[in-house]
Design a binder for this molecule. Structure first.
Ligand SMILES: NC(=O)c1ccc[n+]([C@@H]2O[C@H](COP(=O)([O-])OP(=O)(O)OC[C@H]3O[C@@H](n4cnc5c(N)ncnc54)[C@H](OP(=O)(O)O)[C@@H]3O)[C@@H](O)[C@H]2O)c1
Length: 253
C-alpha cells in the first residue's frame, strides 16, 4: 500500500520502456518502490529500464512483452500482475506513439493504430486495473495524456484526438472512482525531448524529462488529479480552449 506521503511500494507500468516512465520510477525507487512489472513491446527497452530500476534499488522487476492493442492478452496480463505483486499501489500508463501526420502522409490503418495505442488500448487496460484496485480498496492510476489533447491542433490532430479521448476517459474514470480509495492522476506535458519526439523540432514551452518526473512525484504526494508540465500550460490551454476555431486553425504547426 502507498505510504502516507502517497509513495507506492509496487507498480505496474504500461509502456514500461518509456523514457518518462523510467525517470518517474527511478525517483520512486529512491523513496520506497521495491516491486515492479514493466510491460511494453520491445524486450530490449524493457530490459534497459529494468536494469536502471535494479540499480536504483527496486528489488524485484519483471518484464512482460505486451502490445496494448492486443485484446486477447489483456485479462491474463492484469491477473498475472495481481498474482505477482499481490497488492498494486500504482498503475502508470505511459504507452504512446507519435506518428508523422498529414492527410497525404498517414494511412487509415496508421490512424487506427495510433488511436488504439494511445487511447483504446490504454483505456481498456486502465479500466481492467481500476476494477481490481477497487476490490483491493486502494491504489493510484497515473496516465500520461498531453496538452496536445487539451485543444486539438490541425498539425497533429490524430495524436491530439487520441490523447483527448484518453484524457476524457480518465477524467470520467476518476470521477466514477470517487470514494473507492482509488485515484486517477492525469499528466499533461508539453513537448519533452525523449525517444518519442526524437528528430522533431522543439516546441515553445518545452520541458524536460526531469521536470516531468519531479512533477509526477509531487502530484502523487499532494493527491493531485491533474498535472501540467510546465505548470504555465494550465493557463495557456485554459485560454486556448476559448479561442474560436476560425483563429485556432491558423495556429502555426
Ligand atoms: N515526449 C513528449 O513530448 C510527450 C509529451 C506529452 C505526452 N507524452 C506521452 O508520455 C508517454 C511516454 O512518452 P515518452 O516521451 O516517454 O516516449 P517513449 O520513451 O517513446 O515511450 C513511449 C512508450 O510507449 C510504448 N509503446 C508504443 N506503442 C506501444 C504498444 N502498442 N504497446 C505497448 N507499448 C507501446 C513504447 O514501447 P516500444 O518502443 O517498445 O514500442 C515506449 O516504451 C506517451 O504516452 C506520450 O504520448 C510525451
Amino acid at each position: 500500500m502507498s505510504d502516507v506521503t502517497g509513495m507506492p511500494a509496487s507498480a505496474v507500468v504500461i509502456g514500461g520502456g518509456s523514457d518518462l516512465a523510467r525517470a518517474v520510477l527511478e525517483r520512486l525507487a529512491r523513496r520506497r518502490l521495491r516491486h515492479c512489472v514493466l510491460a511494453g513491446r520491445s524486450p530490449e527497452r524493457l530490459q534497459e529500464s529494468a536494469d536502471a530500476l535494479a540499480r536504483a534499488g527496486v528489488t524485484e522487476v519483471e518484464t512482460v512483452v505486451l502490445d496494448v492493442r492486443d485484446r486477447s492478452v489483456r485479462d491474463a496480463f492484469v491477473e498475472s500482475c495481481l498474482a505477482r505483486l499481490n497488492t498494486v499501489d500504482l498503475v502508470l500508463v505511459a504507452a504512446g506513439t507519435l506518428p508523422n501526420e498529414g492527410l497525404d502522409v498517414l494511412s487509415p490503418d496508421e490512424v487506427a493504430d495510433t488511436i488504439e495505442t494511445n487511447f483504446t488500448g490504454p483505456a481498456a487496460l486502465t479500466f481492467a486495473f481500476a476494477r481490481r484496485l477497487v476490490a483491493q480498496g486502494s491504489g493510484r492510476i497515473v496516465v500520461f495524456s498531453s496538452v496536445a489533447g487539451a485543444r486539438v491542433r490541425k498539425a497533429n490532430f490524430v495524436y491530439g484526438s487520441s490523447k483527448a479521448g484518453l484524457d476524457g476517459f480518465c477524467q470520467g474514470l476518476g470521477d466514477a472512482l470517487s470514494g473507492t480509495g482509488v485515484k486517477v492522476m492525469i499528466v499533461r506535458p508539453g513537448f519533452v525531448p525523449t525517444r518519442l519526439t526524437d528528430g522533431r523540432s522543439r516546441q515553445p514551452l518545452a520541458t524536460s524529462v526531469d521536470a516531468v518526473a519531479d512533477a509526477v512525484v509531487r502530484g502523487l504526494e499532494s493527491g493531485a488529479e491533474d498535472v501540467y508540465v510546465p505548470a504555465s500550460l494550465r493557463v495557456l490551454f485554459g485560454v486556448a480552449r476559448l479561442v474560436p476555431r476560425a483563429l485556432w486553425r491558423r495556429a502555426p504547426s
